[in-house]
Design a protein around this ligand. Structure first.
Ligand code: FES
Ligand code: FES
Length: 188
């Protein structure tokens, strides 16, 4: 499905009440096109909008969470052109023409990504805030290194902060998916 927003959609401000000057310049929207989870997206945004805001508020992809909002917790992690980024620190206009993958793009209803399945099987699922970012970080890690050892796994998820876990189950889930030792391992 192609998502199209016209220049007057959303919170775009236009019309006879517009006045020249700094405030009006702040309200100006710019066109932005990128691909998210395989779908092309065209919309108009304020240049100051973050990728996180656009994903959640314009595209309703609310799986990507805002925790700290300042680049520390990792809950907003997405893949951008195959590279992990903090979407709260990424200006949306920086992703022009790029391919974004969010947690919604990992698997399908009834057909989870093997990483998601392994988190379920190993009891590694934490809360809805930290888990999406954790899954994306693991996805990014396995893209760069399909067979990480435990230290590499711990380093790979070190930017995803959860004070409610010792991370042991999460590491076990990643090991299970990379070694095929999980209960329901599937290739993918
Ligand atoms: S919300 Fe982006 S790193 Fe915490
Ligand atoms: S922040 Fe999600 S369970 Fe700790």
């Amino acid at each position: 499905m192609r998502v199209v927003m016209k220049e007057g959609d959303g919170d775009h401000v236009s019309g006879p009440l517009e006045q020249p000057g700094k405030e009006n310049a702040m309200k100006k929207r710019i066109p932005l096109s990128f691909t998210v989870n395989g779908e092309e997206v065209d919309l108009y945004i304020s240049p100051s909008r973050t990728l996180l805001e656009v994903l959640r508020e314009e595209l309703e992809l609310t799986g990507t969470k805002e925790g700290c909002g300042e680049g520390v917790c990792g809950s907003c992690t997405v893949l951008c052109g195959g590279v992990l980024v903090r979407s709260c620190l990424t200006l949306a206009m920086e992703v022009e023409g790029l391919e974004i993958t969010t947690v919604e793009g990992l698997g399908e209803q009834g057909k989870p990504d093997p990483i998601q399945q392994s988190f379920i099987d190993q009891g590694a699922v934490q809360c809805g805030f930290c888990t999406p970012g954790m899954l994306m970080s693991v996805k990014g890690l396995l893209k760069r290194n399909p067979a990480p050892d435990e230290e590499e796994i711990r380093r790979g998820i070190s930017g995803n902060i959860c004070r409610c876990t010792g991370y042991a189950k999460i590491v076990e889930a990643v090991v299970a998916v990379t070694t095929g030792s999980g209960q329901n391992n599937t290739e993918g």
